[in-house]
Write a protein that binds this ligand. Structure first.
Ligand SMILES: [Zn+2]
Length: 282
């Protein structure tokens, strides 16, 4: 049996998670990037031999720029076959009126209007037979908590399970959104997200959005925080807040890994075991 690979890239203050299934499907959850170095170019060179091709699916948790920064490059080089996104969050406005930002927003709005639902069975990421035995669940945000002035309220959640090992990937969900999901067992989240190996912390680990009920449910061994140098005071304490079960890595007890300190973080999963490596830049 081949491994499931999950890579959380160091994209500074942004988010990009790459799932490679045992049968070779490539899925991205968000496509944030460093502004001076394209994550799509890296993925293309490392996994597609530098040739342009296509990834099997892109999930946009929500269309804030730090989650879609490299979308124009993705369309150019690795155009996704299918797109999952919160359609209600579009059309989006550019974060500023400079060509690069206008281009990102235009590409995102174009994708939202061009990629159609429903997704054909043969491309459905939620079908484990298509995904080499990996169960992926895409949980959309709660409709009655949507607020167009705050796109974070549209963030979806992605739960990945393979040989009994779970990863919970959150967008920039607010603690209110997460608490609602847990309290109401929204989309069966209480069973789906319980007792994960790894949590990608909501909203880049900001303690202001820490949701105790959600964290207790997920009960992760490790939490990953995707961020860059400390900019917000709420970031400083995230490591102590997100203290899960913990594991020994290279002789040290670790509870939290951050892309800021640990760079790209590579997980592999097989036969009910998982492994992590990090400290590599892209
Ligand atoms: Zn974000």
């Amino acid at each position: 049996m081949d491994d499931l690979k999950i890579i959380i890239y160091d994209v500074e203050h942004g988010s990009c998670t790459h799932i490679i299934t045992p049968n070779g499907k490539h899925i991205l959850v968000d496509v944030g990037s460093k502004s001076d170095k394209s994550i799509v170019d890296y993925i293309c060179n490392r996994y597609f031999y530098g040739r342009n091709g296509s990834i099997d699916a892109l999930i946009i948790t929500h269309p804030h720029e730090d989650h879609i920064y490299d979308l124009p490059r993705l369309l150019e080089r690795l155009r996704p076959k299918v797109l999952y996104r919160p359609t209600e969050a579009f059309d989006i406005k550019p974060s500023s009126k400079t060509p690069i930002h206008i281009n990102i927003a235009n590409n995102a709005n174009w994708m939202n209007s061009s990629y159609k639902y429903p997704i054909p069975d043969t491309d459905n990421i939620e079908n484990p037979q298509v995904m080499g035995g990996v169960k992926i669940t895409h949980i959309p945000s709660v409709l009655n908590l949507h607020d167009k002035t705050d796109l974070n309220t549209f963030s979806s959640l992605v739960i990945i399970e393979y040989t009994g090992i779970k990863f919970v990937i959150t967008g920039d969900n607010s603690s209110k959104q997460l608490k609602y999901m847990v309290d109401n067992n929204y989309c069966g989240i209480r069973l789906l997200a319980a007792d994960a190996a790894v949590l990608l912390a909501p909203h880049h680990g900001r303690t202001g959005e820490y949701c105790p009920d959600f964290f207790k449910l997920v009960n992760p061994v490790l939490t990953v925080i995707s961020d860059k140098s400390v900019e917000h005071t709420t970031q400083e304490e995230s490591s102590s807040v997100y203290k899960g079960i913990g594991t020994n890595i290279d002789g040290r007890s670790r509870y939290v890994l951050t892309t800021r300190n640990d760079r790209n973080i590579y997980f592999s999963v097989s036969y009910g075991q998982w492994d992590v490596k990090f400290n590599e830049e892209y």
